[in-house]
Design a protein around this ligand. Sequence first.
Ligand SMILES: Nc1ncnc2c1ncn2[C@@H]1O[C@H](COP(=O)(O)OP(=O)(O)OP(=O)(O)O)[C@@H](O)[C@H]1O
Length: 246
Amino acid sequence: MAPLLETDGLRKTFGALVANDGISLSVKDGEVRGIIGPNGSGKSTFFNTVTGFYQPDGGTVTFDGEDVTRLASHEIARKGLARTFQIVSPFESLTVRENLLAVHSKGLRVRSEKRERAGEILEFLDIAHLADDEASEMSGGQQKLLELARLLMLDPKCILLDEPTAGVNPALQKRILDRLLAMNDRGTTFVIVEHDMDLIREFADTVSVFDQGRIIAEGTFDEVTAESRVRDAYLGAESDIEEVLG
Ligand SMILES: Nc1ncnc2c1ncn2[C@@H]1O[C@H](COP(=O)(O)OP(=O)(O)OP(=O)(O)O)[C@@H](O)[C@H]1O
């Protein structure tokens, strides 16, 4: 099967610093791909470059058979490749429902259709009871659900998640993961950057390991974490390797 998302030799520099040094990665339709790697290895930069927030200095991004390398971030999102951020920023003074209605989603031009869709998504994510609350009243974890809800308004084929459960209490973490799995069952493809190794172990089909802007290993969680160069990469950056990789 053709890959849904593919990068070829993606490169991004900041002055003399090479944050992404030729990243070639191929994600199949329906897959959950985990991306791990020590702090500063280039994971967030990769997300930003793939989704048009940064212009790459070289390489290409192909999504759903189309070269999207030079497209603006909102154009990429409308093609069905969406992303979340480590730091969530809803429209704080709008209600939860209004936050969803503010998303420019293709195909939902009629307001009633949009409202219906927003209602379904709020139900699906179990936040329908908060629909008329201001977003600013939500907890950090609930705001992550709201961010996800806004993405779903775009009906994305693939979602790039940047630390989806960081800073979220365990009960809400479980709910977020449960909903992500349900979406994956319905066919949504995911790429997840995450420091929580339990989450990656449980959720990712394949794991790509970043180190110093390159991919140094790829395979199942157990395969990559058994590789000595992966353990060495973490050893350079973290004090307790066993705590990180298990
Ligand atoms: N906008 C920027 N300007 C300058 N340097 C940057 C910028 N963004 C990232 N960098 C640098 O690029 C390198 C890769 O950073 P990046 O945030 O992509 O790593 P990361 O793997 O996501 O790290 P973390 O796990 O800590 O989030 C780091 O050295 C970082 O300081």
